[in-house]
Design a protein around this ligand. Structure first.
Ligand code: AMP
Length: 185
């Protein structure tokens, strides 16, 4: 499964609950990168500046990173919820190629839909280190430019389900499971 949505849409929170519900691995590329920054690895050193500026880490780094992780036995047997990947057309094509290599298929791509005004307010309120006003604006504009077009890419493949992300957390979670269960049935 893939979950797409603007930063601040509640994707992270809902993804944790969904992974628990469906017994799959929650793979957040943002979490992987933040851990790498924390540990001071080579990947972390490369990513830190880009992340603080609200930019995107290169596809040449992100695609192999995800390809390596999804080939591991836990994901091969239990599945994965991808959160924060793909974010560009190249990453989407990379995902298609890596799944084909592994003989795996996507079940659903969820668009967790929350309007720009609402996510901006939420991000200002959560006060993460990379949540400066400039970085938020940059991330949202990159989302519209690079990631929003992927909604069509998934729709063309019959995989897209748009879920309203406004409202109570439990209510949104119910909408998500309904969309997924409908797809799995
Ligand atoms: P997130 O937690 O998904 O909002 O990601 C935090 C930051 O990590 C983003 O603003 C990007 O700088 C970087 N990042 C996460 N996932 C990706 C990706 N798939 N491609 C490029 N950069 C990413």
């Amino acid at each position: 499964m893939v979950i797409l949505g603007r930063q601040g849409s509640g994707k992270g929170t809902q993804s944790l609950r969904l992974a628990a519900q469906y017994g799959c691995v929650h793979l957040s590329t943002g979490d992987v990168l933040r851990a790498a920054v924390e540990e001071g690895t080579e990947l972390g050193r490369q990513a830190a500046g880009i992340m603080n500026a609200g930019g995107l880490v290169g596809d040449d780094v992100m695609i192999p990173l995800v390809a390596e992780r999804v080939a591991k036995p836990d994901i091969m047997s239990g599945g994965v919820l991808l959160d924060g990947f793909p974010r560009t057309a190249d990453q989407a094509n990379g995902l298609e190629a890596m799944l084909a290599d592994l003989g795996q298929e996507l079940t659903i791509a969820i668009n967790l839909d929350v309007p720009v005004e609402e996510v901006t307010e939420r991000m200002m309120a959560r006060g993460r280190e990379d949540d400066t006003e400039e970085a938020i604006a940059r991330r949202l504009s990159l989302y519209e430019e690079q990631t929003a077009p992927l909604l069509d890419w998934f729709a063309e493949r019959g995989l897209l389900a748009t879920v309203d992300g406004l409202g109570e957390e439990d209510q949104v979670f119910s909408r998500l499971t309904e969309a997924i269960d409908g797809r799995m049935a």
